[in-house]
Design a protein around this ligand. Sequence first.
Ligand code: FBP
Length: 697
Amino acid sequence: MPTNGKNDIDKLLNNPKVKQLTGNVNNELADRKKIVLEKCAAFSKPFTMLKEDGNYTLKVEPEARKCFSDIIDHKVQTIVGVDSLDPSINAGYSKKRNIGIVFSGGPAPGGHNVIAGLYDVAKKINPETTIYGFLLGPDGIIENEAVEITADLVDSYRNLGGFGMLRTGRTKIDTQKKIDLSKETCRSMKLDALVIVGGDDSNTNAAFLAQELYKDGIQVVGVPKTIDGDLQVKDATGKVLCAISFGFHTAARAFANQISNLCTDSSSDVKYWHICKVMGRVASHLALEVALQTHANMTLIGEDLSDYVNTDRLEKAVAQGDIDYNAFGMTLRHLSRVICDGIVRRAGVGKNYGVIVIPEGILEFINEIQVFIIKLNTIIAEYNDIHDSDFHQDFLTLKDKLEFLRRLARRAREDGRFSIWNTRDDDLFNDIPAFFQEGLLMERDSHGNFPFSQVETEKVIIGMVKDHLNTLKEKGAYKIGIRRSYYQKIMEKNNLEPEIFGPVLFMHYEDPEFLRVKKSIISKKTLKQELVKAGLIHKDHEIPEPVEAIYKKSIPKFKTQVHFYGYDGRGNDPTKFDATYTYNLGLTVFSLIANGVTGKMAAIKNLEKGFSKWEPIGIPITPLMHLEERKGRLQLVLEKSLVDVNSAAFKVVKALREKWLAADIAEDHFRIPGPITFAEKCEEDMPITLMLNAVDG
Ligand code: FBP
């Protein structure tokens, strides 16, 4: 009987087992959503109050005082739990509210739990309170696009990664028109409070909106989000208020897992160098944490490079009674030499493989590139201002952009006062590869940030590394070390005397472990010359096969695999640390709102000391602001926290750098971080960076 194909497939698809196997939600995910997270001690009480904390010193930038007159003098406040409130206070605390929340900037694991925490407590205090979620980031506020957040919506995203519930965007509310439209939205929705979940730029935006909406009585509270980990808050004396933004731990763990797998693969297959670029637009916190999690062979840290001083150059200049400013900070060329040195040394002990971690924002710390970035930022911003147009629309191709720059260089030649782009800049810029020129000229985001994630940083660096390795190879300085026992075995098997050939072939034949072919032997021809010179073969004879085989084994091939870790880790479900942190941030947000706060960032103090010591606080944003060059102009922004080269975490990585490079006969020292799990006991329950920085002495 002929089978009815459609009926068969329908039957198969309706089979309960097939349905379960092909459903969107697996059991583990379903369980994850149901996990109830611990609350900080302050939230175990029915209500909260705020206590001013006078232990912190905040230094105010005079310009900020002018811009934020109503909120600039706010202080750090600690949230304390209380059993009851005075009825007059309770009326305000527990009133029905409309609260809007928005995600801003790149996604970060844990964002949904901020909403879950806020929703749970707000509804508990007053079930008539409504939480609205603005869609697609700040555009949702400007264009009044919002959804009401319901219990079902919260439950379907609890403990899950991404910002899928509301999605996100990078628009900056920076013009009077956008500010007016945002105010209009808040007023028409009768919002009591607006919550901005974002990084340094978005919290900067939150402060400006807090001031703008102050007279309307609409509160604005920020939440520290960014996988980059560069939103950390210390007071003027260095006391930590917020050790890390949420999302950092998860992203770092996700990157570390992948990179650790590469460590395993590369030390098994022993033929590739894996080049891993990891996100972090400017700061290298993620790379530093990945180094601690994986012990990859080499990890570059941007902040370390700018701290670099070429002492040889400096001493030479000092001896001549001069100062060599080029001795400060690392150049691309020097960086490529440092990488080559590690590769060559590992090859010398037979390890022609390994893993290198490169932070996405590394170029920001290389002087010559930084100069280009600043100059081009200014040029593009000025062009847009003067012409009331868009540089990238007006100059579509790289050729057009280069021609525009050439015209600027010509202008500089004719007009001495015009110095932003001179002939030297133009010549240097024309020396770099086209793909990199294109990268440096890429469109900045609405905050004026350079789009590092879109530039093939690793390609630039590895291109230079490859070139230099080729030079070293030609000079005979890049060779794979041959295990002494292997050499002896091959020679003896072929009835050749290892002790006779050894001193002719190798430079330090006395080395008990690894033998390096002499520098002068860089081809079959030079190999034969050495053998003939030593009288081991006649010039008309062939090189003995095993000798040639040993020589061939010493020739390195630098084979690379390039990886980018960013968006993948950013989309991971949160670690228990991030899930708990963000849920408590949501509770903190409500507490700040219910206690009448505006212009503050919700934060958890003592993150680095473990959950039992976590303390929810409100940090005033405006006293943290400083003036920074953006889009060619000085603007008030929250300062990005870079890796502190004097921190314990960095010092530890620096001290263990040589060990992890493992350019010796020992095994590699790779560390397997283990899977990200919600289980009670996991290997480490917070970023290693935080734990190290909290270690005394
Ligand atoms: P946020 O600071 O907005 O959280 O974003 C950080 C980040 O993930 C960087 O690490 C990366 O450089 C950038 O976003 C990528 O931007 P985009 O998502 O626009 O490609």
